[in-house]
Design a protein around this ligand. Structure first.
Ligand SMILES: NC(=O)c1ccc[n+]([C@@H]2O[C@H](COP(=O)([O-])OP(=O)(O)OC[C@H]3O[C@@H](n4cnc5c(N)ncnc54)[C@H](O)[C@@H]3O)[C@@H](O)[C@H]2O)c1
Ligand SMILES: O=C(O)[C@]1(O)C[C@@H](O)[C@@H](O)[C@H](O)C1
Length: 291
């Protein structure tokens, strides 16, 4: 990879992005790399700009000298139609969270899905992926599902309170990954599914500080199951505590949060960042904010 410029102006566009930990994580790594790196949240709600004006916002960002932006809720899908080129992984997923402003136009990538994959292989190396249950079929769950299937998951079952949503994601995943078996199921089937699964990934908001609890009965956890959470505020969710107590190998949501930033930083600067340093920065910030 080659560095595109030595100074970088980056933004995070979405609603409610003020408290995001991603800008500080990028800037700390930029400083550590000796770069002149500025990353600012651009909160569409605070600016009273409707999310469907994302195309205009991208045009303004480019004209104002931004080199790249992360794009987040609720613009990850609608941004696609405003881009000149889209990386094949993001195109397949139908969602973009990183836009580079290049001399050849705007280019979209998805580092949520690559970030989950990198965090997963780093945090749960050699985890068996034959039979996996995904709980939560929203935007983040979709990025996780594609990552698991790219990593070689052979049988994925998607569970969501909204059964139609789970079924429609399972259908889309089957089209995108025809070699795998993907189906949808309901919460009441978890007592049958989890005893025979290799792993479970939780991707609903349950367990966040503002939505405490565990999305399913933790008595279903068993030591042969690896357990991944993508919730990262807090990092040690009630589900992960129950998984530790049950003897499971676990992966916390910080891995995905850090690696989406690691992958975006690499795309933006052309420099491979120090993932461990970014992880330490992220975890320290999460701890400080919890105090
Ligand atoms: N680690 C990371 O980098 C990262 C990135 C994005 C999101 N997240 C986490 O993932 C969570 C989900 O984000 P999203 O963007 O997919 O949200 P979303 O609103 O798009 O989807 C959430 C899904 O969970 C389902 N759901 C809600 N409560 C449920 C419950 N109790 N049981 C089962 N299903 C339930 C909803 O029906 C919905 O389909 C966030 O709240 C956040 O904690 C983490
Ligand atoms: O940390 C955040 O606030 C993010 O918005 C989380 C997720 O949506 C990522 O795709 C963004 O790059 C950053």
């Amino acid at each position: 990879m080659t560095t595109r410029t030595s100074s970088h102006l980056v933004g995070l566009i979405g609603t409610g992005v003020g408290p995001s930990l991603t800008p500080a994580m990028h800037m700390a790594e930029g400083r550590a790399q000796g770069l002149d790196y500025v990353y600012r949240p651009i909160d569409l709600a605070a600016l009273d700009i409707a999310p469907d004006r994302i195309g205009e916002v991208l045009g303004w960002a480019r004209a104002l000298g931004f080199d790249a932006v992360n794009v987040t809720h609720p613009c990850k899908q609608i941004v696609l139609r405003h881009l000149d080129r889209i990386d094949p992984v993001a195109q397949q997923l139908g969602a973009v969270n990183t836009v580079l402003f290049t001399d050849d136009g705007t280019v979209g990538h998805n580092t949520d899905t690559t970030g989950f994959a990198h965090g997963f292989t780093e945090g749960l190396p050699d985890a068996d992926l034959d039979t996996v249950v995904l709980i939560g079929a929203g935007g983040a769950g979709t990025a996780v599902a594609d990552a698991l299937l790219r990593l070689g998951c052979r049988h994925l079952t998607v569970v969501d309170l909204d059964v139609d949503r789970a079924s429609s994601l399972a259908r889309e995943l089957t089209q995108r990954h025809p070699a795998a078996q993907v189906d949808a199921s309901s919460f009441d089937k978890l007592s049958v599914l989890l005893p025979d699964s290799d792993g479970v990934v939780h991707a609903t908001p349950t367990g966040m500080a503002e939505h405490p609890g565990v999305a399913f009965d933790p008595a279903l956890l068993h030591p042969d199951l690896w357990v991944a959470d993508i919730v990262y505020r807090p990092l040690d969710t009630e589900m992960l505590q129950a998984a530790h107590a049950a003897g499971c190998r676990t992966l916390d949501g910080g891995r995905m949060a850090v690696h989406q930033a690691v992958d975006a930083f690499a795309l933006i600067t052309g420099i491979s960042p120090d993932a461990d340093r970014m992880s330490r920065h992220f975890r320290q910030t999460v701890e400080n904010r919890a105090r």
